[in-house]
Design a protein around this ligand. Structure first.
Ligand SMILES: Cc1cc2nc3c(=O)[nH]c(=O)nc-3n(C[C@H](O)[C@H](O)[C@H](O)COP(=O)(O)O)c2cc1C
Length: 369
């Protein structure tokens, strides 16, 4: 028996099943992670058309730098690309707002109607015009990076078109260019498992994993960096003009919250405490409501608890002295009141879940966790 054929354990005895190899095996027979990019092209009138695409992969050859793109035959992107010979591939960050808008931009509508709903802003390209004389497609300002490409080869069948693109230039936000050169953990880019319908792309979203009492869940992260380096990374990330999160670094404690304009009663906060560890640093995190909301909930629980205890003692006192024990009912009534307040807190936690995800994603992005 070779080492790769180790004795079966309870886990290894669970068999794989064979999935039939269907047409478009990577979508129909498998989970194949693909990028979600916004392709910018120019229409015959020079207007910018943005549309989300996933079938867009590097194509490795000895000479040059290439991408392969697969589109529906009827797509405006394909028509514009075939005419002008140019497209920009914009890698947008994994933000719910951008992904929701990308879905809107996937609607089969005329360019003007679609672009009226776009939340993205465009920057002019520095490249020469396309072969039809139209300006090179713009760069999406919100993108982490943009590949500016020119068409090299095109082929088509009844349903789809396939393009071989040469990457002429890669533009990147300065912050992420520095991160790339220093070898630090990269940005959070969205991934899906293939396009099905505009409403049913399988987009992956990282899951927030936390433990402890759910009302103020805790989490622990370990990084191979000194506590000072961790604190400096948070200072730098919070100082960025495009930071989605506000916060303060005080000593070894980092307090994170949503920007004021987005703060509601149910908005979460995250407190992190950074401690030295043999491998580098351990970060202890706690997700909770804003301090004043937490205090209000605790106040309600305290008042209800005191009423309950008071009612219990009053009722017992009366019963012992031969009177009616009715005040005990106050204690009984306190239990559903506690449950009601706790229920409201859990509902509030659900309402703040998207913001919790954003805060936690920020932490993971800074730490590269
Ligand atoms: C996340 C996502 C990924 C998509 N990927 C592709 C793709 O790889 N190829 C394709 O033909 N359509 C894809 N679509 C659908 C196109 O966006 C859609 O057909 C759109 O109408 C094309 O716009 P256009 O005509 O402006 O090019 C995708 C849609 C979404 C939401």
């Amino acid at each position: 028996m070779t080492s790769s054929e180790a004795a079966p354990t309870a886990r290894s005895r669970v068999p794989f099943v064979t999935v039939p190899l269907r047409p478009r095996f990577f979508q129909a027979s498998a989970y194949f992670p693909m990028p979600i990019v916004l392709l910018a092209t120019r229409g015959p009138d020079g207007a910018t058309n943005l549309a989300p695409y996933s079938l867009c992969f590097p194509h490795v050859r000895d000479e040059g730098h290439f991408m392969v793109l697969v589109t529906r035959s009827a797509s405006k992107t394909a028509t514009n690309l075939a005419r002008s010979g140019r497209v920009s591939i914009n890698f947008i960050p994994d933000k719910a707002e951008y992904l929701d808008n990308a879905r809107l931009l996937s609607a089969a509508l005329p360019t003007a109607d679609k672009m009226a709903q776009s939340v993205f802003s465009c920057l002019p390209s520095e490249l020469a015009p396309g072969r039809d004389g139209s300006a090179a497609p713009p760069l999406v300002a919100e993108a982490i990076q943009v590949f500016e490409c020119k068409l090299v080869e095109a082929s088509a069948n009844a349903d789809e078109q396939r393009f071989l693109l040469e990457v002429e230039a890669i533009r990147m936000q300065p912050y992420w260019a520095r991160v790339l050169e220093s070898g630090r953990p990269g940005p959070r880019l969205p991934v899906d498992y293939g396009f099905r319908r505009a409403t049913a792309s399988w987009m992956t979203r990282p899951r927030v994993v936390a433990s402890g009492p759910r009302l103020r869940p805790r989490f622990t992260l370990a990084v191979e960096r000194t506590p000072e380096a961790v604190l400096e990374d948070f200072r730098e990330a919070l100082a960025r003009s495009d930071a989605e999160v506000i916060g303060k670094v005080r000593g070894a404690v980092i307090q994170l919250a949503m920007p004021r304009a987005q703060t509601t009663t149910w908005s979460p906060t995250i407190d992190l405490s950074v401690e030295a560890a043999p491998h580098g640093a351990t970060i202890y995190g706690r997700i909770g409501p804003q301090p004043q909301v937490w205090t209000t909930f605790m106040f309600f629980h305290l008042v209800i608890a005191m009423l309950g205890i008071g009612g219990l003692m009053w009722g017992l006192g009366q019963a012992l002295s031969g009177g009616s024990a009715w005040p005990v009912w106050i204690a009984v009534a306190a239990l559903p009141l506690h449950a009601f307040v706790a229920g409201a807190a859990f509902i509030g936690q659900g309402l703040g879940a998207e913001q919790t995800h954003r805060l936690r994603s920020f932490v993971d992005d800074v730490l590269g966790a």
